[in-house]
Ligand binder design. Structure first.
Ligand code: NDP
Length: 338
């Protein structure tokens, strides 16, 4: 069966030549194990952090001698684990970047193909959805009528934050990197103002546009991007504002540290609460998240986009596309037939 390995650790923006597809042997499942076939795999920005062998992080780096791994929806083919039968679909963190694998069923969750399309368990109903919901409801806690600014607003996490923010009665401003994404945010996701950050040359210009869109200031900022977005958010943050720092994708491919925003002092003067978080902190809330978001999805009150890449061989292209804004919503790779 096929699997994708790192050929070398990427320097700067990853390229397809950093990846290589190889044949691997998949052992027969022992007692307490099951054989799974990957149907969908996820590509996520955090994976770039695992491609730095020298950086200590909350998750260990990848190695060159093992296939890459990541979130996937898979079909159980053969099972020696009670409670799992052939034909069941599961989500886990092992199945990414490969066609077949053996699992012990740890950190594995069964999913219902009739409740939502299978790939949605990697996006709006999966890890990115839980991330969006956690940062918004557990950290920012916006009140009705408050202004919420979301960077990376058209992506897997950001698009859910925007729509949940609207459902909670906020004025929502989102930023994204193309006109098509901004049109979708305003027309489909119900965002009040969408800013195409590529129209602004620097933090000063983005600040001006954000200040116009948020005349009463930004009460809540959901940070996905960093850099000039953070600087603009700090310029417009309201008294008593809150920030949830979820990710800073603009810097993930940097080879040298970026000079920091010069206005961090606004956190002090404005009594801003800033709180970083990793979604794993809120795993015990997954049921509460699903109870709130799955009905909204079923009623069409939450919309989502997917960029589908066909075939395991497209996984590197899908991953690299995250850093170029090629994905519109959740990027997923169809590894096998549904
Ligand atoms: P997305 O679906 O949003 O895909 C990445 C998007 O980021 C691209 O489509 C692109 O959109 C934007 N982007 C890429 N490079 C830049 C850049 N240099 N400047 C501005 N925007 C850029 O990914 P996710 O929704 O999965 O992740 C969004 C953020 O959330 C990331 O920072 C990620 O690391 C973080 N995250 C954190 C988690 C946690 O537990 N803390 C869990 C999950 C995600 P555009 O066209 O708009 O530029």
């Amino acid at each position: 069966s096929k699997a994708i390995f790192l050929k070398q650790f990427p320097a700067g923006m990853p390229g397809e030549s950093d990846f290589v597809e190889k044949e691997i042997e998949v052992p027969a499942p022992e007692p307490g194990e099951m054989l799974c076939r990957t149907v969908w795999m996820s590509v996520d920005p955090y994976m770039r952090g695992r491609m730095r062998p020298d950086v200590k992080s909350y998750i260990p780096p990848f190695t060159l001698d093992k296939p890459l791994e990541g979130g996937a929806v898979s079909e159980v083919v053969e099972s020696n684990i009670e409670g799992y039968a052939p034909g069941d679909y599961v989500v886990d963190f092992l199945g990414g970047w490969k066609q077949y694998y053996v699992s012990k069923g740890e950190r594995t969750q069964k999913v219902d193909p009739n409740m939502a399309p299978l790939s949605a368990y990697l996006g709006v109903l999966g890890m990115p959805g839980l991330t969006a919901w956690s940062g918004l409801t557990q950290i920012l806690k916006p009140k009705e009528g408050e202004t919420l600014f979301v960077s990376g607003a058209a992506g897997a996490v950001g698009s859910v934050v925007c729509q949940l923010g609207k459902a909670k009665g906020c004025r929502v401003i989102g930023s994204a990197g193309s006109k098509a994404k901004c049109d979708w945010l305003e027309k489909e996701a119900g965002v009040d103002v969408a800013l195409n950050y590529k129209d602004y040359k620097n933090a000063g210009e983005l600040t001006k546009a954000l200040a116009e869109a948020a005349p009463k200031g930004v009460d809540c900022y959901f940070e996905n991007v960093g850099g000039m977005h953070l600087e603009a958010a700090l310029n417009c943050i309201a008294l008593g504002g809150r920030m949830a720092w979820c990710g800073m994708i603009a810097s993930y491919n940097n080879q040298e540290p970026e000079p920091g925003p010069p206005n961090l002092i606004n956190v002090v003067g404005r009594g801003v609460m800033i709180r970083g978080f990793i979604v794993s902190e809120f795993m015990d809330k997954a049921m509460e998240f699903a109870m709130e978001v799955a009905p909204l999805l079923a009623q069409g009150k939450i919309k989502f986009n997917e960029s589908v890449y066909d075939g395991l061989a497209k996984a590197p292209e899908a991953f690299i596309g995250l850093f170029k804004g090629e994905n519109f919503g959740k990027a997923v790779v169809r590894v096998g037939p549904d």
